[in-house]
Design a protein around this ligand. Structure first.
Ligand SMILES: *Cc1c(COP(=O)(O)O)cnc(C)c1O
Ligand code: SF4
Length: 434
């Protein structure tokens, strides 16, 4: 344990550089950007989109409703059991008839959960279930985990593996798309399945097993591919591995000299925060630099339990980023997105990516237009901290990787001057260097 004194002592060895700053580091005396006169601004700036639609009718579940939920459905269950991730996983809800006891299912949900079966199995932890509105099928978290018949129809342009991950796997389970980093898929298991999951073709099928033989083949590829400096562990949810199994993998990766950074992608803090135990973080912190990307879709996920889980991870010095999928009717207004981004920042999570929903089979009911995504980014930039703004990306179908999208801010050129649009839709001139 480091004391405050140790830390101060550490910093005291870093030389103070403030005296060596030169004038060049200072702001130019006269702001380089000047407002254009009204005429020049007649440039075709599109009218502001309706960015701030009112937040949808709150159907969130209050803490007292959550208490009632536990008393009603899990009367004999002790706090110790409820707070154990093993209990949560063992008692996850996996059948339609079970679900019908907790939620008043709509006709459509009933058809989907009891019908011929969707490709992606049903699974919800009791914890996450306690966050769902029992009477409102439109409740955002509920829509993200309770199947609907929309999943059964294949829309135009949709595919089971739109990102072509299977084609970019040099060995099973490893996706090598970028020169310096790989995606390491440990298994296909999650405690709670998101209905819009990009990997719904594989997750929950029990076909990818975290065996040593399988991991060794993947590790071998990384050992002999010296360009790989960053390994992103994903799945399925890697934090569903036992501490020992995960540690075996992390230590094997750490033994590879060219692997500089290890990342874990997980939805566990949102759906199974009980998994973030002191023992887990104690183990994780031995494998720094370790980063984590946490999957969040809605401010209702920022509960006291999740806040505590993030506090433990952040406390172990793990930089935390968030990943969010843009989902129709769930988080597709600037207001909801802003409140989610503020929610995660308060949990010490830095917004990383906002993903355009991948065109997987049966995703039409979740997808929004790209314009919607751009409008949301425009509704954030300038209106909140830059730290609260994720990078909006489309993961290119066919395996092109993530392509970032930004609302156009360069609206024209006059001579060498660039005409720029600010967040208030006013225009400014910047004398560019030619
Ligand atoms: C997303 C992704 C990565 C990591 O991309 P970053 O932009 O570095 O976060 C790596 N490999 C694959 C196949 C991915 O889909
Ligand atoms: S947590 Fe990730 S891998 Fe698991 S179902 Fe959700 S999106 Fe898919």
């Amino acid at each position: 344990m480091h004391t405050q004194a140790d830390i101060i002592n550490f910093w005291s060895h870093i030389p103070d550089l403030s005296d060596s700053l030169t004038d060049e580091d200072e702001e130019p005396p006269d702001g380089r950007i000047k407002t254009l006169d009204a005429d020049a601004c007649l440039l075709k700036i599109p009218p502001p989109a309706t960015l701030f639609s009112l937040p949808s009718e709150a159907s969130s579940v209050s803490p007292s409703q959550r208490n009632t939920f536990r008393k009603t459905f899990y009367p004999g269950v002790t706090a110790k059991q409820w707070n154990s991730w093993h209990w949560q996983v063992a008692n996850r809800i996996r059948r339609g008839d079970q679900l019908g006891r907790f939620l008043q299912l709509s006709k459509d949900e009933e058809l989907a959960v009891n019908g011929t079966g969707t490709t992606l199995p049903l699974s919800i932890t009791p914890y996450y279930l306690s966050l769902l509105n029992p009477t409102d099928p439109e409740h955002p978290l509920r829509r993200s985990v309770v199947p609907t018949t929309g999943e059964l129809t294949q829309g135009p342009g949709e595919a089971d593996d739109p990102l072509g991950e299977d084609n970019q796997s040099p060995v099973p389970g490893l996706v090598h798309r970028y020169p310096d980093r790989v995606l390491f898929l440990v298994h296909d298991f999650c405690s709670t399945y998101c209905r819009y999951c990009t990997r719904s073709r594989v997750v929950g099928h029990g076909t990818i097993n975290p065996t040593t033989a399988r991991f060794e083949r993947m590790l071998d590829y990384i050992r002999r591919t010296k360009t790989i400096r960053d390994v992103l562990i994903s799945g399925g949810d890697p934090l569903l591995l036992s501490d020992d199994r995960l540690e075996w993998l992390l230590s094997s990766l750490r033994k590879i000299p060219h692997v500089e950074v290890i990342r874990i992608g997980t939805k566990v803090p949102a759906v199974l925060p009980q998994r973030i135990t002191p023992a887990l973080v104690k183990m994780l912190r031995r494998y720094h630099p370790l980063y984590m990307s946490l999957h969040f879709i809605h401010p209702d996920e920022c509960t006291p339990e999740t806040t505590k889980a993030c506090a433990r991870l952040a406390g172990a010095g793990i930089p935390l980023g968030s990943q969010t999928v843009l989902l129709r009717g769930i988080n597709d207004t600037a207001e909801t997105m802003k409140s989610l981004m503020h929610g995660v920042m308060k949990m010490r999570v830095r917004p990383y990516y906002l993903y355009q929903c991948d065109p997987i089979t049966g995703s039409a009911h979740f997808r929004t237009s790209v314009k919607k995504g751009l409008d949301i980014i425009q509704g954030l930039r300038g209106f909140t901290s830059g730290y609260a703004i994720p990078t909006y990306v489309i993961d290119a179908p066919g395996g092109g990787g993530k392509i970032p999208l930004l609302p156009d801010s360069v609206i024209g050129k006059e001579g060498s001057d660039l005409l720029l649009r600010n967040y208030e839709e006013r225009c400014f001139r910047y004398p560019d260097v030619v």
